[in-house]
Design a binder for this molecule. Sequence first.
Ligand SMILES: [Zn+2]
Length: 202
Amino acid sequence: MSKPISGPEIERLIQLLARLPGLGPRSARRGALHLVKKREMLLEPLAQAMKDVAENVKICSCCGNIDTSDPCSICQDPTRDDATLIVVEDVADLWALERAAIAKRCRYHVLGGRLSPLDGIGPDDLNLASLIERVASGRVKELILAVNATIEGQTTAHYITDMISAYNIKVTRLAHGVPVGGELDYLDDGTLAAALKARTLL
Ligand SMILES: [Zn+2]
């Protein structure tokens, strides 16, 4: 290990920043320097924002979303309809769908992962019991499985479909295939095959 070049407080800041996804030691060092230089404009408001989040963050007991209230703001939103429930693996997926503003009237259920026997992640590790409860309430008419197009994501989708087969609700999943603006020539074989299989009538 190289010798620290700053005081222990700054070194600690760098070490913590380096743990963020997508940041290595070099970018953490650069980020820390930027923060220190912009102390009033950035460092102090950031420290306060982090403190506020750390003190108030909660996991929604209904859907598994992360928010500062429980139930979360989406579960409390009266303009959303209980009939359409979108199941996602992670809060990041929920945020992506909300950013795209394509599911403004839907509610969500966050699994907190995906089934992965190789990594020792089984059904009990996911937020499935509360999903069954929501389905059993009878208010859900369609379950949209917006899981990732990976083997684990699809295994999870199949598991959920089996799990709720006794309930009379429509289960759908996101289409797999050609991305918007994508060129066929650049697609991998799996994506192209999925697109052909999921072709739609014009
Ligand atoms: Zn919620």
